[in-house]
Design a protein around this ligand. Structure first.
Ligand SMILES: [Zn+2]
Length: 338
C-alpha cells in the first residue's frame, strides 16, 4: 500500500494533475490498477438431470445446470479466458446430516470429476458448506432444545472436513469453506493433510457477513434457512475489527487465501484485510451485486458493462487479488475487446 506525505506533493500551478489525463496513452501509463481475466472466478450451480438449464429468476443469465450443461457453461467461460470456477451443488435429497455434501458420488463430486476429465486446464474450486444439503437450510448441525434452536459448532467441523476431503478426492484443485463455523479451516487442513493432500490450498470465506445482498443466491442454491437466520454464525455487517480477527484466525488455522464477502459494500474490509495481512485476498461479488446491475442495465438506467467493470476495478483497487463474480464470462469477453 502506498503511503504519501503531503509536503512532497507538488502545488498548483507547477503541479497540474490534469496533465497526465489528457490522452488514453498517458492515462494507461499511469494507471494504478488493472483488471484482467486471470483474476476471475465464475460460480456455477449444478444439480442432477440431463439437458437441464433451470433459470434463476432473480439472477438473469444464470441457471441451475445439469452436469452436461455445466460442462458446456464451464467450457464457454474457460474459452473466454476465465481460469477458475467455484462449484455449488443442489442435491436431490436433503437430510439432517447433510449426507449429500460428502457422498462420494454426490452432485459436486460428480461435477468435479467431469470437469477435471474434460477440461483439465480449468481450475476447479468447490464451495464447502452444508446448507444446500440440510433439510433445514442451516450451515451446521442443528440442536432443538428447550431454549430454542442452536447451530452446533464443533460437531459440524467433522462433517465439513469430510465434505472438503470428498471434494479433493474427486479431484478439486482448491476448497473454499463458507460456513463460518469456528475452527473449520483447521479441521479441514488436518483432514486433508492426514489423507496426503498437503498441497491442496484452502480459500476461506474468512470475513463473511450476514448480508441482505445474498437474497437472489438463496433461490439459486435453494439454501434459505427454514427457521431462524444465519446471524449466530455469519458476521454482523457493523463490525470491521472483528473481521480482522476472523481473518487472523483463519490464517493461523492454515488458510492460503482469505475472502471477504460481500464485496462492493465492504471495500473498507477488503482494504484493511489486504493492508493488515498482505495475504492473497479474494472478493466475492455476491448475487444482489450482480442482480442490481443487471436489473438497472436492462431498464437502460445504467450502462451494465461499464458499471460491472468499474465495480470489479474498485474491488481490485481496495486490495482484492481474486474476483469471484457471476459476470465472469462476460467480463472476460469485455476485457478482450477493450
Ligand atoms: Zn452454508
Amino acid at each position: 500500500m502506498l503511503l504519501m506525505s503531503l509536503h512532497v506533493i507538488g502545488q498548483f500551478p507547477a503541479y497540474r494533475p490534469r496533465r497526465l489525463r489528457q490522452s488514453p496513452i498517458l492515462r494507461r501509463l499511469v494507471s494504478e490498477t488493472q483488471l484482467d481475466a486471470d483474476r476471475l472466478v465464475l460460480p456455477l450451480f449444478v444439480r442432477s438431470g440431463r439437458k437441464l438449464r433451470r433459470p434463476i429468476a432473480a439472477m438473469p443469465g444464470l441457471f441451475q445446470l445439469s452436469l452436461d450443461e455445466l460442462l458446456r457453461e464451464a467450457a464457454l467461460a474457460h474459452t473466454a479466458g476465465v481460469p477458475a470456477v467455484l462449484l455449488f451443488g443442489i442435491p436431490d435429497k436433503k437430510d439432517a446430516r447433510a449426507s449429500g455434501a460428502y457422498a462420494a458420488n454426490g452432485i459436486v463430486q460428480q461435477a468435479v470429476k467431469l470437469l477435471k476429465k474434460e477440461l483439465p486446464q480449468l481450475f476447479v474450486i468447490t464451495d464447502v458448506c452444508l446448507c444446500e444439503y440440510m433439510e433445514h437450510g442451516h450451515c451446521g448441525l442443528v440442536h432443538r432444545g428447550k431454549s430454542g434452536v442452536k447451530i452446533l459448532n464443533d460437531p459440524t467441523l467433522k462433517l465439513l472436513a469430510r465434505t472438503a476431503a470428498s471434494h479433493v478426492e474427486a479431484g478439486a484443485d482448491m476448497v473454499a469453506p463458507s460456513d463460518m463455523m469456528d475452527g473449520r479451516v483447521r479441521a479441514i487442513r488436518e483432514q486433508l493433510d492426514k489423507l496426503g493432500f498437503t498441497e491442496t490450498p484452502i480459500m476461506s470465506y474468512a470475513a463473511k457477513f450476514a448480508s441482505a445482498f445474498y437474497g437472489p443466491f438463496r433461490e439459486a442454491a435453494e439454501s434459505a434457512p427454514k427457521f431462524g437466520d444465519r446471524r449466530s454464525y455469519q458476521m454482523d455487517p457493523a463490525n470491521a475489527a472483528e473481521a480482522l480477527r476472523e481473518v487472523a484466525l483463519d490464517i493461523q488455522e492454515g488458510a492460503d487465501i482469505v475472502m471477504v464477502k460481500p464485496a462492493l459494500a465492504y471495500l473498507d474490509i477488503l482494504y484493511r484485510v489486504k493492508a493488515e495481512f498482505g495475504y492473497p485476498t479474494a472478493a466475492y461479488s455476491v448475487s444482489a451485486e450482480y442482480s442490481m446491475v443487471k436489473a438497472a442495465g436492462a431498464r437502460g438506467w445504467i450502462d451494465e458493462r461499464a458499471v460491472m467493470l468499474e465495480s470489479l476495478l474498485a474491488m481490485r483497487r481496495a486490495g482484492a487479488d481474486i474476483l469471484i463474480t457471476y459476470a465472469a464470462t462476460d467480463v472476460a469477453r469485455w476485457l478482450k475487446e477493450k
